[in-house]
Design a binder for this molecule. Structure first.
Ligand SMILES: [Zn+2]
Length: 350
């Protein structure tokens, strides 16, 4: 067993699937799309309309009344989302995760929030690990942990997907096809976005940087919402609302990340996925007035990434990648998140 390799995938919350299997149309030089028009329409409308319509009808084979043609979405008087500042570098990424976590906790029930409020979030500076987890330190105090490699990966996903949305490019596919095969082969490979993937003319586009910021938030919300769930659901056994310590030292954390492999506990993983997804959606609803609304899309983006890693690693039982041993297969987790999200949207129309 190779702990480094194992831990690379190990505790990453089960999230990812992405509906971006690439079609390979020829790509003319990327041109910026009409951002202000297209983009506020696209996002807010996508989920609220699609879900309540689509899902309730599926179980009924009976002929459906023809759906009334929906009035074409008119340019909403909807508030334009404010442009967000770029998130650049580990300090900004870490601070953003803390901010997202605070919002997630604020949306929990009072009981659950009391269990996890104040839990320290610590980062392993290892840039090559892609990892996040919930644990108890040597004193039995709870902590949440992420690696710098995880934040590098989320940044790369966010930057490429934002570029693809605005410019019609396929930079996420390019990034994934270049970086993921290396990640599963070498402990030294970095998940960071390599130079040259983002078209030069898009690099400094403030709309792209703002959109990447939104996607980053959406992905880390699910990632750490899942880990938070392990604590308040009692899976770790050490989050009881007690006084918090500062969490493990970086050195101690590196040791934990490298050497502690949580056993795969499928029911707990399913529960954490469900709780994390609901927490993200509740928080998204609570922050509707703030512009961008978090949804399960971040979960699917993350799960897609890990599904790609798993495919690249192969399915041999001798494969050193430990993700499957520590978390359910992303292909298993994606339908869970879909089902939880579908139920949530039905319960929260509009
Ligand atoms: Zn988990």
């Amino acid at each position: 067993m190779k702990p480094l390799r194992l831990s690379r995938l190990l505790a990453v919350p089960a999230l990812l699937l992405a509906a971006c299997a690439g079609s390979s149309s020829q790509t003319p030089p990327p041109q910026p799309r009409q951002y202000p028009q297209q983009y506020p329409q696209q996002y807010p409308q996508q989920y609220p309309q699609q879900y309540p319509q689509q899902y309730p009808q599926q179980p009924y084979p009976a002929p459906q009344p023809q759906p009334q043609p929906q009035p074409q979405p008119q340019p909403q008087p909807a508030p334009q989302r404010p442009l967000l500042l770029p998130l650049v570098g580990p300090v900004a990424w870490q601070n953003e995760v803390r901010s997202v976590l605070a919002e997630l906790i604020a949306s929990l029930s009072p009981t659950n929030a009391a269990r996890v409020r104040g839990i320290p979030l610590v980062f392993d500076p290892n840039p090559n690990e892609v990892n996040a987890f919930a644990g108890c330190d040597e004193k039995g105090a709870p902590y949440l942990a992420g690696t710098e490699g995880l934040l590098e990966a989320v940044d790369a996903i966010a930057q490429t997907k934002a570029t693809d949305e605005l410019y019609g490019t396929k930079t996420y596919e390019q990034y994934a096809s270049v970086v993921i095969p290396q990640l599963v082969k070498s402990d030294k490979a970095s998940p960071a976005l390599p130079p040259g993937i983002i078209p030069p003319q898009a690099l400094a586009d403030p709309r792209r940087l703002s959109r990447a910021h939104e996607i980053y938030d959406d992905i880390v919300a699910f990632t750490f919402g899942h880990e938070l769930g392990h604590h308040y659901l009692g899976h770790t056994g050490c989050a009881n609302g007690q006084a918090m310590t500062g969490g493990p030292s970086p050195a101690g954390l590196a040791n934990l990340v490298t050497n502690i492999l949580p056993g795969l506990n499928q029911p707990n993983e399913v529960a954490a996925d469900g709780a994390g997804c609901v927490n993200v959606l509740d928080t998204g609803r609570a922050r509707m007035g703030m512009g961008f609304r978090w949804t399960e899309a971040g979960a699917f983006a993350l799960l897609d990434y890990f599904a790609r890693m798993e495919r690249a690693a192969g399915v041999s039982p001798l494969n050193p990648i430990g993700f499957l041993r520590s978390h359910p297969n992303p292909a298993f987790r994606i339908p869970i998140v879909q089902a939880v999200a579908r139920t949530w949207w039905m319960q929260h129309p509009g």
